[in-house]
Design a protein around this ligand. Structure first.
Ligand code: 2PG
Ligand code: MG
Length: 435
């Protein structure tokens, strides 16, 4: 294997490219700094396989879990680029079809638990770009490269229609995301239309209550009104009902509390700052059960903080027909999932490739979740890019839902890609939900 480090004079400042020439394998890797939807720095990779380029740009979260891979080396994005350039020749010549091998190689090069040396954004962008380059070289779509034999089912779109927490400004709800999921839709197109209609209806109802509403949105495109949680629940619930009736379609109500952001470790309470309420773990459990019953929630993500396995388990026992979803709890990490499986903490998991760092590890996590009867929800990040890869990853991991907003270019890039995949498959049945 021959590899050459081809740096430009200013390599560490802007980008770095490594090349080798050998057929069927990773031929070259080029990295550059780019920006996500929040304007934060991110990393993009161009990987060449058999002359075909795959490109991926890493997303970034705001309400990140303690156990996630970190995006960059603590020295920042330029330092990350610089450090990686010393190691990247080791990846040239690897079999591009082997996601697991690439994953292991990236971990070996990094040598830390959370990619704090070469950066999770580097690992993400290279692993996803490699899979894309491989698919292009084969002339097949990415989802088929990742799941050659199917079966292919369409995930239900789960979209943020109103939000607060770390994704929006002062005066917005404490709860991070109020979500719509068109569980009665028969096709992805119907589902997308329904979510867009809900998003519009939510705005209409906000304006009816607040004539001074400016139309402000949170990071993911959900409306960000000056409103407490209780009012937001009533408003979203009423919007869902209006649209369900108008379309004659069942539309489910979901929430992401991102409760690690509410949890005060020292005082051992959940602090709902904007609402002026504190809840002990037991009160939080009662509160969630009350909300689930009152609003017929079908999806509850991170109702407790990221160490609260026991509470997750208790809630899962007590609520039927609801997805109890671990995001910061599992962080797309197999060993954290294993701990959850043992005590029945949750029955579903978010899948975010950049939480674990590499596509190979995320696919491995997905396999383990499915084998243990956990439903998967492939998800965007609040700071995202116009990449569409997660549409393919959701199908390839047989995810029940895809959480990626409702409107906004970096959200619709994924949703529109699902329409193209649907067309490619000649019409794809929707996934089977358990709620
Ligand atoms: C979440 C995500 C995406 P972030 O908490 O589920 O909605 O937010 O990317 O900020 O972690
Ligand atoms: Mg979440």
């Amino acid at each position: 294997m021959r590899s050459v480090l081809r740096g430009n004079a200013n390599m560490s400042q802007s980008s770095t490219e490594i090349r080798s020439s050998k057929g069927g394998l990773i031929e070259s890797i080029r990295l550059r700094v780019c920006y996500d939807s929040r304007g934060d720095e991110s990393m993009e990779a161009d990987v060449k396989v058999d002359g075909f380029i795959g490109r991926a740009c890493a997303p970034r979260g705001a309400s990140t879990g303690r156990y996630e891979a970190v995006s960059f080396n603590p020295g920042g994005v330029e330092a990350t680029l610089m450090i990686f350039s010393d190691y990247s020749p080791r990846l040239i010549g690897l079999d591009a079809s082997d996601n697991q091998l690439l994953s292991r190689s990236l971990r070996e090069i990094d040598g830390t638990k959370n990619f704090s040396r070469i950066g999770g954004a580097t690992a993400y962008s290279i692993s996803v770009a490699t899979a894309e380059a491989f698919a292009r070289a084969k002339g097949i779509p990415l989802y088929k490269a990742l799941l050659p034999r199917g079966p292919y089912l369409m995930p239900y779109p789960l979209g943020n229609v109103l939000g607060g927490g770390k994704h929006a400004g002062h005066g917005t709800p404490d709860i991070q995301e109020f979500l719509a999921c068109p569980v009665g839709s028969k096709s992805i197109r119907e589902g997308l239309k329904a979510n867009i209609t809900v998003h519009r209806e939510v705005r209409r109802q906000i304006e009816r209550r607040d004539p001074y509403f400016t139309g402000g949105k949170g990071d993911e495109g959900g409306w960000a009104p000056h409103m407490k949680d209780e009012e937001a629940f009533d408003l979203v619930s009423s919007s869902l009902e209006t649209v369900s009736d108008a379309l004659g379609m069942d539309i489910g109500f979901g929430i992401d509390l991102a409760a690690s952001s509410l949890w005060d470790e020292e005082k051992r309470v959940y602090i709902y700052d904007r609402g002026g309420v504190k809840r002990s773990p037991n009160e939080q459990l009662d509160y969630i059960i009350e909300l689930a019953k009152k609003y017929r929630l079908i999806f509850i993500e991170d109702p407790f903080h990221e160490e609260a396995y026991e509470e997750f388990s208790e809630l899962t026992r007590r609520l039927k027909n609801t997805y109890i979803v671990g995001d910061d709890l599992f962080v797309t990490n197999k060993s954290r999932l294993k701990k959850g499986v043992k005590i029945g903490a949750g029955n579903a998991s978010i899948l975010k490739v950049n939480q674990v760092g590499t596509l190979g590890d995320a696919l491995d996590f997905a396999k383990s979740a499915r084998e243990n009867g956990y439903a998967l929800i492939t998800s965007h990040r609040s700071g995202d890019t116009t990449d569409a890869h997660i549409a393919h990853i959701a199908i390839a991991t047989q995810s029940k839902m895809i959480k990626c907003g409702v409107v906004g270019g970096e959200r619709l890039s994924k949703l529109n890609e699902l329409l193209r995949i649907d067309e490619d498959l000649g019409g794809c049945n929707m996934a089977r939900l358990e709620v």
